[in-house]
Design a protein around this ligand. Structure first.
Ligand SMILES: Nc1ncnc2c1ncn2[C@@H]1O[C@H](COP(=O)(O)OP(=O)(O)OP(=O)(O)O)[C@@H](O)[C@H]1O
Ligand SMILES: [Mg+2]
Length: 281
């Protein structure tokens, strides 16, 4: 799968009534980065993550994910981009009740174009990967908080998205479970997944290679802007980030796995991994 890059230029998001959640944010994230976004409550962190995840549209500015000009995509193209490229983890898990861990995870693959047996096989593999191979048949109420969050992460990564977005993934967990989730995210990053984590936890933020600080809808600090930082934006992707003219739901160069993934009939439907689904329902 083609690794992602995120490129936001001068992105603003205002809500009716005059709230400015984002006020001119520019941010580049290179493939393979592991980045923390921190800042006070209401500073725009979730809005920023939702814009990157294409769950929310900016009022103005440019959003490019993996080379695609997001505002220019059709609903069908957006759905395809989400299904092939983006995994989402929410603070409060968003798992379906009365549905087993296996079916919760498999439900995230509903719009992947895969058959049911393959969805369940991949779901089991993803649960294995997060250390829950022995809990496939447990429903959310039969799991601990840390285990539920690991199910949510399994759902987000079951389709092998190159970009994982996590909104306070440890926010509802005790420190031991939180550390387990962070270890898992570090492992995923080591295997190539680009990861963006919103966190209020200073220790967690400090442990990540790049830290972006927000306040009042703006980025007020970025450790990558420090020239001594190894991943200064100038050595990242500016030079190799072509704009993709095609819609991700359209067939493209067969050598491009993003384009060749069968996601063509996902138009207008919710994102895989972004909305809890159930194979069993
Ligand atoms: N649907 C909405 N309508 C109006 N205003 C909104 C809406 N969603 C968010 N806001 C406002 O936008 C601002 C940014 O919200 P956002 O959720 O991005 O903050 P945050 O940094 O994630 O905060 P927290 O740490 O509390 O989760 C806040 O002032 C919030 O009240
Ligand atoms: Mg938030």
């Amino acid at each position: 799968m083609t690794p992602p890059t995120v490129s936001l230029v001068d992105v603003s998001r205002t809500y009716p009534g005059g709230v400015t959640a984002l006020a001119g944010v520019s941010l580049e994230i290179a493939r393979g980065e592991l980045i923390a976004i921190a800042g006070p409550s209401g500073s725009g962190k979730s809005t920023l993550l939702n814009v990157i995840g294409t769950l929310d549209r900016p009022t103005s500015g440019t959003v490019r994910i993996d080379g695609y000009d997001v505002p220019a995509l059709s609903d069908r193209g957006l759905s395809a981009l989400r299904a092939t490229t983006i995994g989402f983890v929410f603070q409060h898990f968003h798992l379906a009740d009365r549905v087993t861990a296996l079916d919760n995870v498999a439900g995230g693959l509903l719009y992947s174009g895969l058959g049911r047996a393959e969805r369940r096989r991949r779901a089991a593999a993803a649960l294995e990967r997060v250390g829950l191979g022995h809990r496939l048949d447990h429903e959310p109420h039969e799991l601990s908080g840390g285990e539920r969050q690991r199910v949510a992460i399994a759902r987000a990564v079951a389709g092998d998205p190159p970009l994982l977005l996590a909104d306070e993934p440890t926010g509802a967990l005790d420190s031991v479970s939180g550390a387990g989730v962070m270890e898992l995210l570090h492992d995923l990053n080591a295997s190539g997944t680009t990861i963006v984590i919103i966190t209020h936890d200073r220790e967690i933020a400090a442990s990540l290679p790049r830290r972006v600080g927000m306040r009042d809808g703006r980025i007020v600090s970025d450790s990558a802007a420090d020239p001594s930082h190894p991943s200064h934006p100038s050595d990242l992707t500016r030079s190799n980030q072509p704009t993709r003219p095609t819609d991700p739901s359209e067939p493209t160069d067969p050598s491009d796995p993003t384009g060749s993934t069968d996601s063509g009939d996902s138009g207008g439907r919710p994102a895989a991994g972004a909305v809890p689904g159930s194979e069993a329902a």
